[in-house]
Design a protein around this ligand. Structure first.
Ligand code: URP
Ligand code: ZN
Ligand code: ZN
Length: 471
């Protein structure tokens, strides 16, 4: 006896076909036309698209940052993900500069185990190297890969907190190349930005708007080029996170054209929000949109969409890093440096990508699946478990209703913030039912916005070191 999803259209990264999907236990058993329903529990997917569950490779749950902790923990964050159709998240363990990668892993496994409601994995952020020439920490990277953590994050921003220098970055890249790992880069020139920030504050420019103005797209583009060039010299595969603007795209394209193993993501906020619309410099409310890199001028959105369509950009994630407006963003009233950086998005990623991507004719449904599900699984070493509707893979299945109309609002969302970046936006296209490893965990038709599974059912996903799928 299995669960048989009948009468739907299976959408993969390469094509769409009317097919039935048979789930047996936690995995997909068969994908084919006209599977006999006898003995199975039938789920009628007439009018629905049958897609792999979404994979958001960039979240920050329960993360200490900016003098506070991100508002979603592993329970609320993964429930919100599921309600929005995302069945796997990859979060970040952050090395404390004084301690080890193992310590960071232990801390993040404690946060996640018993709390995550869908499957999750971790990237490891390296912030310091211990031992002669970093030998101790570099050796720990091998342990991480054995454990199933095959991607290493390096921050080129946030001086004195997370930022690394070029030497550290290069040593980690060399080690990652040896291990077939992937280096994730927050690409911004943190040193130059900090000079501008201090000068702005000295001039009394303290409002949220100045956070955005202090972080030039050129500071992001410079770091993007530098990171990819260093990775290329080291022989490593590199993945630029939250690429936000056309200058950085140009740097990425240039290095891709030179044969660098360079991939990048953008995030939903950069595709649909802008400095003109959300951050015109008029009110404290704009603190809701303080994240890093900041919002950009609106004209950048078109080249970002084009880069998704033509494959220059490989993934759409969220950089979900939620802080409440009332008491957390408030920490920075009168000094934008103290506004915790980040915004909530994990619940809305697929709605925004579908509505403004597919409905607007910018990407096809197949490209939607590639950007939100299949490429994330391939690039991050999970393609044997996740990211496609195929026999043997985890039955992480999203039944997507392309005609469902939905109004996004903080009043109805699962995310723990008291605001939405897309408040009152009306979108067409939403998750109808969501299965995680064969279990129906969300039914947005019968019980809208509710997570139906047990807290803590999410499992850690061990990921292969595959050099971002580029090797
Ligand atoms: O503002 C952001 N993006 N906060 C989370 C940390 C990061 O840089 O990704
Ligand atoms: Zn970042
Ligand atoms: Zn981030």
């Amino acid at each position: 006896m299995g669960v048989l999803i009948k009468n739907g259209t299976v959408v993969s990264a390469t094509g769409s076909q009317e097919q039935d999907v048979l789930v047996s236990g936690e995995v997909i058993a068969r994908v084919s036309h006209g599977i006999n329903a006898e003995g199975h529990e039938v789920v009628d997917a007439t009018g629905l698209l049958v897609m792999p569950g979404g994979i958001d490779v960039h979240t920050h749950l329960d993360m200490p940052f900016g003098g506070t902790t991100s508002a979603d923990d592993y329970t609320t964050g993964t429930q919100a993900a599921a309600v929005g159709g995302t069945t796997t998240v990859i979060d970040f363990a952050l090395q404390n500069q004084k301690s080890t990668l193992k310590d960071a892993l232990d801390i993040w496994l404690k946060k996640s185990n018993g709390n995550a409601c869908v499957d999750f994995s971790l990237h490891m952020a390296v912030t310091n190297l211990h031992g002669e020439d970093g030998a101790e920490t570099l050796a720990e990277m091998e342990e991480m890969v054995k454990f199933g953590i095959s991607s290493f994050k390096l921050f080129m921003a946030y001086p004195n907190v997370l930022m690394v220098n070029d030497e550290l970055m290069f040593r980690v890249m060399q080690k990652a190349a040896q291990l077939n790992g992937l280096c994730l880069i927050h690409a911004e020139n943190g040193s130059a930005i900090d000079v501008v920030v201090s000068q702005m504050i000295a001039e009394g420019k303290t409002a949220p708007h100045f956070h955005a103005l202090s972080r030039s797209p050129k500071a992001e583009a410079e770091a993007t080029h530098r990171a990819i060039a260093l990775a290329d010299i080291a022989g490593a595969a590199v993945y630029i996170v939250h690429l936000s603007n056309e200058d950085s795209l140009a740097a990425l394209k240039f290095m891709q054209g030179r044969g660098a193993k360079a991939l990048a993501e953008t995030c939903i906020q950069y595709l649909v929000l802008s400095i003109e619309d959300q951050m015109p410099g008029k009110s404290w409310e704009e603190a809701k949109y303080v994240f890093t890199p900041p919002l950009r001028e609106k004209w950048n959105q078109k080249p970002l969409w084009e880069a998704l369509a033509d494959g220059t950009l490989a993934v759409v994630s969220t950089d979900h890093c939620p802080f409440r407006f009332a008491d957390q963003k408030e920490l920075g009233r009168g000094d934008f440096r103290k506004i915790p950086n980040g915004g909530p998005g994990v619940e809305n990623r697929l709605q925004i990508l579908w509505h403004f991507g597919v409905n607007a004719g910018r990407i096809t449904p197949e490209k939607f699946v590639e950007l939100a599900c299949t490429a994330p699984a391939r690039i991050f070493g999970m393609e044997k478990q996740k990211g496609a509707i195929a026999p043997g893979l985890d039955a992480d299945i999203l039944l997507w209703d392309p005609n469902a109309e939905y109004t996004i609002s903080a009043k109805t969302q699962c995310m723990a913030t008291d605001y939405s970046m897309f408040e009152d936006w009306k979108v067409k296209g939403n998750a109808a039912k969501v299965f995680s490893r064969g279990e129906l965990v969300v039914d947005n038709v019968a019980s809208p916005g509710k997570f139906l599974g047990a807290t803590g059912r999410g499992r850690f996903v061990k990921r292969e070191a595959n050099a971002g799928g580029l090797a």
